[in-house]
Design a protein around this ligand. Structure first.
Ligand code: 13P
Length: 251
């Protein structure tokens, strides 16, 4: 039975962590569970995508090229990801924006390419501590959303998942409070609703930043939080399952 208007998603972003042993361990652990009310997504490093396969969870890539093919050394195309049964692609993670110079234009081109390929982008946005402290939180997030919205158009947002990941909460153990997450998620939904209320109402908005087995339930139970994008805790099968079950049991 579906309990919420929007089906929750829990996506595990392994980043550049894990190994072949963890692939096997995670696959086995997840397959011992039943996730009726949550879509579970595992995003391991690229080299493991071809070796993971399951009816219990979906596969996600951590990045993609926006180009179809050609002389782009080191890049991977969406058709290649599709051959590995990838369904979701994380785009615009703050680590890619910071370390690999992905600006709003690059992120918009990638979101457009993922949609064009028929896959689901997990489009990441989030502010630094400085932006928040300067009182520019909403202005900043609106500009990150608009950079993509202006390129792909509002109708395409029907197939986009947004992940709100405050940079100050990533890998720091300093989670946004459930109230802080709810405030921002409601803002994001209202911002989209200015263009199309129906699309905004159906859009899944995930929270990311130090989600763990202990705090997932309280964050996910906020009305505008539709699950999470999990880093560190997604590398530990038991913790990740606890988080997935917290979303599975939402009412
Ligand atoms: P942590 O859960 O390790 O804070 O990472 C969050 C994240 O960046 C997921 O994409």
């Amino acid at each position: 039975m579906q309990h919420r208007i929007r089906r929750p998603i829990v996506a595990g972003n392994w980043k550049m962590n894990g190994n072949a042993a963890l692939v096997g361990e995670m696959q086995q652990a997840l397959e011992s569970q039943q996730f009726e009310n949550v879509s579970v997504v595992v995003c391991p490093p690229l080299t493991y995508l071809g070796t993971m396969q399951s009816d219990t969870f979906s596969l996600g890539a951590q990045n993609t090229s926006d180009k179809a093919s050609g002389a782009y050394t080191g890049e991977t195309s969406l058709s290649m990801l599709q051959e590995c049964a990838v369904e979701y692609v994380i785009v615009g993670h703050s680590e890619r924006r910071e370390y690999y110079a992905e600006n709003d234009q690059v992120v918009a081109a990638k979101v457009a390419a993922v949609l064009e390929a028929g896959l689901t982008p997990i489009f990441c946005i989030g502010e630094s501590e400085q932006v928040r402290d300067a009182g520019k939180l909403f202005e900043f997030l609106a500009s990150q959303i608009d950079a993509v919205l202006n390129i792909i158009g509002i109708n395409a947002f029907a197939n986009v998942v947004i992940a709100y990941e405050p940079i100050w909460a990533i890998g720091t153990g300093k989670t946004a409070t459930p109230e802080q997450a709810q405030e921002v998620h409601a803002f994001i939904r209202q911002h989209i609703a200015k263009q199309n209320g129906e699309i905004a109402e159906k859009m899944q908005i995930l929270y990311g930043g130090s989600v763990n087995g202990g705090n997932a339930q309280s964050i996910f139970s906020q009305p505008d939080v539709d699950g999470g994008l999990v880093g560190g805790a997604s590398l530990k099968p038991n913790d990740f399952i606890t988080i997935c079950l917290a979303a599975n049991e939402l009412r």
